[in-house]
Write a protein that binds this ligand. Sequence first.
Ligand SMILES: [Zn+2]
Length: 517
Amino acid sequence: MPSSPLARTRARASVLAALTVSALVATGQPATAAPDRDATDPLNRAFDRAAQEYGVPRDLLAAVGYGESRLDGHAGQPSQANGYGVMHLASNPENRSLEKAAALTGESADRLRRDTAANILGGAAVLRDHADRLGLDRAERSDVNAWYPAVARYSEAEGPAAALYADTVFTFLAEGLDATAPGGEKVRVPSRPVAPEKDGVPSAGIYAQSPDYPTARWVAAYSGNYVVGRKAAVDKVVIHTTQGSYAGSISWYQNPASKVSAHYTIRSSDGEVTQSVLEKDTAWHAGSVNSSSVGIEHEGYVDNPAWYTEAMYRSSAALTKHLAARYNIPKTRSHIIGHSEAPGATHTDPGPNWNWNHYMQLIGGTPGTPGDGLTFPSYTLQQSGSTGPQVKAVQQLLNAQGYAAGTADGVFGPATKSATQAFQRARSLTADGAVGPKTWTALLSVGTTPALSRGSSGDAVKRIQRALTAALGTTVDADGSFGPATETAVRTYQSGRGLGVDGKVGPATWGALQAGR
Ligand SMILES: [Zn+2]
């Protein structure tokens, strides 16, 4: 395609003229044939228009968009690989499809990121550009099967990951789609027989078998994105959400710029598993617990529950069961943890849409408290003679603050009592050595005091959520993301303590919580 803006406009106009007729042939059906399509269907109209303008079969375009995003543009928020919108137009060192789409369409990068119709048009332009570079003529462009190599190139992945990507799209075409986008719009792709022309797409190794887990595929991560060997014994499984597509994530681990990897990645649609790092090696997925854990990534986005399919839960649970047996990992929430529950984690995955109780049932484990050992639906009185996980949490918190509570063994003995009294004196609380609501509130909120409000996330939010649970005596989900429920809890706390009621956590609210008020 020409690159000057003037030439671009002309080229685009001529493409449009040439394609208004042939686009009807492209999918074997008129682009406007679906009966329920009208002005309230912005996504369908965007697919139709982009398909016509760039001569890409409409159903192929929709299948690529569905595979990338489940048709969720995430309001312009980037994926882990810095990709945007329904078509996941990316801007990272290995994939510059966003910049490419801007050059091809004349749209600004900002509009391509935020505007779904522009984003779909950009995706179509990039696909068409790949087709042109592969030398597809008009007749070939009307046959979805001829587009396989162009779809593989659209992934900007190498070797097996590119073939995995294209295979996923062609499976959607073969099986058909009946998708509901966020907002409720339906996008349908009828099922059809497919026979993709795979010439020129290196598929060597695509069916390579995982060395550790026989039913998985093997696509290795870049050697600079993990460390050979481990510094600790494996005693945890960490559950993640990719914030990107399956093949896109696997190719992200192959990207030297990413500095991330995971042992396993699971596909949303059917639970397919690909291994990228050997279990004996340390993948870079969860910071503080990398050396003692196996990381499992689940295709999807934290904010869209559509990705967490039953097929994926079952496949993941089978893998975790296998890992638990191999490494003797207890099937409890202290050992099967979410990324957000790893100490010091700044990520929120897998988030509130992940059904932990269901998952723990599937692995035959015990649902219960998350891996940090600090999160409980309520905090009860702990004093001399108490035992159990909440005593352990008290001991952990006191020890972390330099109050010598002794070994965190879950038994409230004399050392724990005197450490509690020392902590209480430092906070001007009644030094009775018993941990009731005030002492819990003070203990759970200790640490840094960043300003927090709706949209904040991370460990500080979790501390606030736990402290509010103790202070208010009602459960505030400690998911590390500051949503409406957390805001309501903050307001309730502020009004109950005579603070300014704004639903935000600033110095006054932090101060009150840390003083155990
Ligand atoms: Zn994660």
